[in-house]
Write a protein that binds this ligand. Structure first.
Ligand code: NAP
Length: 537
């Protein structure tokens, strides 16, 4: 290392999304001197980068927001049932300003490496511009879906038109009118983009490898009386959310199994849920949908029947029917007019499972059987999820522990928050946490509260180093796998298992025991004197 002057802080936070903002707020309250480093030129994380047409949250607005300040939740007005990206970004900016967070955030700064020196118990981060800073604590608030993946198709550089990745969308509006547009991917993102671009483009060609289940959002303006009623009970609902599997209040878990209902009863229930809209509501039709293949089939069949009903062309409908995974084992998509879009004359669906994309050409793309002329290509090809952002950095320690080496067979964490061998480093909603399987902001708050309590406790007791014990980490990883294996989740080739990244180890990464069970475990760890964590002066 050079002898240049390092800036020194008590804590460094990487990322200024919802996790980074709240961590800054909390650590500052502890009296720590904190610096946040953020690659973008603004706050908001996911909602800063994913500006693609149609981007919306699939969790209802009144739930998908911070709960830490009752005044904030009372004063903020969400216009829609499901918020659009620009409203969520406006909210993130409001929070940053309201709590005077901006002065401690350094924007347009990407972190290249993080190095822990055991002798001096200090983390040193280096930015891609060569700037260095040190701190006792390093908080990874890097997000789970923040490393966009443009598949390495041959020829991308030769394409003469414009191409976009959904997760790196330009700030300026993109006008697709009179363009022949191709979109690769049919995940949650593409399903939101497609109806919007179809309305503009001269022609939209959708390249689908795997069909997904999508449910109607039934989105619309949030009526004032609904908003007011929710605000009146906000405290109670926020509390309730912690005692649910997904961290979302207002959806009492079902008590009945699908196998205990008659076919007529089930059909009526699914129709009611389909009409209501939303994913949790549908998954909560019965309590065994994610446990029993037979029960799941009834819910999956119902959606396939709706697709066949909506889409006029029988071949297109059949291609859109998901058939390789039980409903809910991949994140269910939420749409506004997705299947209906396939009835437009300017939209066509291409099966790139049977004839894969071979290369991007100067004028479009070529599959093994056909060539397509395109003016613009949208890659809605997803992310190197859950581990991508951490492993993009060179994270290592003075005693030779290298994060890429430690996670080469899949990520290992204690509670999804700490990694053995990396003292005083905390990951917010990392692999092994229920984060991505929950209302993300609730999990962010729960994790951050736990981390800041841990740091507060350390400071009160003169403890300088907290480090997950390898045995407790191993036990946690085993528990995460055990819970996942008791469900149908691991059956799907999803980003939950890293299946979208060639060569990524197939490990089921999220904790699916539910928010309630997870919080209980985290609280017990604290009650037992930070069980599983070595605390040293
Ligand atoms: P994704 O679910 O990983 O989907 C990526 C798509 O690209 C898949 O259809 C995939 O096909 C396809 N693809 C990748 N490589 C390909 C190739 N070489 N050839 C053809 N197709 C290829 O990514 P995403 O849609 O961006 O969604 C990721 C997650 O972000 C979601 O699950 C959700 O958690 C979150 N999200 C949430 C919202 C919301 O809140 N409403 C909106 C968007 C995203 P295969 O399936 O065959 O791999």
């Amino acid at each position: 290392m050079s002898d240049q002057q390092f800036e020194t802080f008590d804590a460094i936070i990487i990322g200024a999304g919802f996790a980074g903002l709240y961590s800054l707020y909390k650590l500052r309250k502890l009296g720590l001197n904190v610096r946040v480093f953020e690659a973008g030129d603004g706050v908001g994380g996911t909602w800063y980068w994913n500006r693609y047409p149609g981007a919306r949250c699939d969790v209802e607005s009144m739930e998908y927001s911070y709960s830490f300040d009752p005044e904030l939740e009372q004063e903020w007005v969400w216009p829609d049932k499901y918020s659009k990206q620009s409203d969520i970004l406006r909210y993130a900016n409001h929070v940053a300003e309201r709590y005077d967070l901006l002065k401690d955030i350094q924007f347009e700064t990407r972190i290249k490496s993080a190095y822990y020196d055991r002798n001096i118990n200090t983390w040193t981060i280096e930015t891609s511009g060569g700037q260095k800073a040190t701190a006792q604590y390093c908080i990874m608030a890097v997000g789970n879906l923040s490393t966009p993946r443009v598949p390495d198709f041959k020829g991308v550089d030769s394409f003469a038109g414009d191409w976009y990745h959904s997760g790196l969308w330009p700030k300026e509006e993109v006008d697709f009118s009179s363009k022949r547009v191709g979109i690769i991917g049919t995940g949650s993102t593409a399903i939101q983009i497609i109806p919007h671009v179809a309305k503009q483009a001269k022609h939209l060609t959708i390249f689908q490898r795997t069909a997904n289940y999508s449910l109607p959002a039934r989105n619309g303006p949030l009526p004032e009386d609904v908003r007011a009623a929710h605000k009146k009970k906000y405290r109670e609902l926020r509390e309730q959310a912690y005692f649910t599997p997904f961290g979302i209040a207002g959806y009492p878990p079902p008590e009945k199994a699908a196998t205990d209902a008659t076919p007529e009863e089930r059909e009526a229930k699914y129709h009611q849920k389909w009409a209501e809209g939303g994913t949790i509501s549908y998954l909560f039709s019965y309590n065994d949908l994610l446990l029993s293949p037979d029960s799941n089939k009834t819910a999956s069949d119902f959606v396939r029947d709706r697709i066949r009903e909506i889409v006029h062309d029988p071949n297109t409908a059949e291609l859109l029917c998901p058939n390789d995974h039980p409903i809910g084992t991949k994140r269910i998509c939420l749409d506004s007019g997705y299947y209906e879009t396939f009835n437009r004359d300017n939209v066509s669906l291409v099966n790139v499972r049977s004839a894969p994309i071979e290369e991007i050409t100067q004028t479009g793309l070529r599959t093994t059987t056909d060539a397509f002329e395109l003016d613009s290509i949208i890659f809605a090809t997803g992310f190197d999820a859950m581990t991508g952002a951490v492993l993009e950095m060179d994270v290592r320690t003075s005693d030779g522990i290298d994060m890429r080496e430690r996670w080469k067979d899949g990520p290992k964490t204690y509670l999804g928050i700490m990694v053995a061998g990396f003292p005083n480093m905390f990951v917010i909603t990392g692999p092994g946490s229920p984060g991505v399987k929950s209302q993300m902001i609730l999990s962010i708050e729960q994790h951050t509260d736990w981390i800041t309590d841990c740091i507060k406790n350390m400071r009160a007791k003169g403890i300088n180093r907290a480090e997950a014990q390898p045995e407790s980490e191993a036990k946690w990883v085993e528990h995460v796998n055990e819970v996942a294996d008791s469900t149908l989740y691991p059956q799907a080739n999803s980003w939950y298992v890293g299946a979208n990244i060639p060569g990524k180890p197939r490990i089921f990464m999220p904790y699916v025991g539910g928010v309630e069970a997870y919080k209980k475990i985290c609280d017990e760890v604290v009650e037992n004197g930070y069980e599983g964590i070595s605390l040293s002066p």
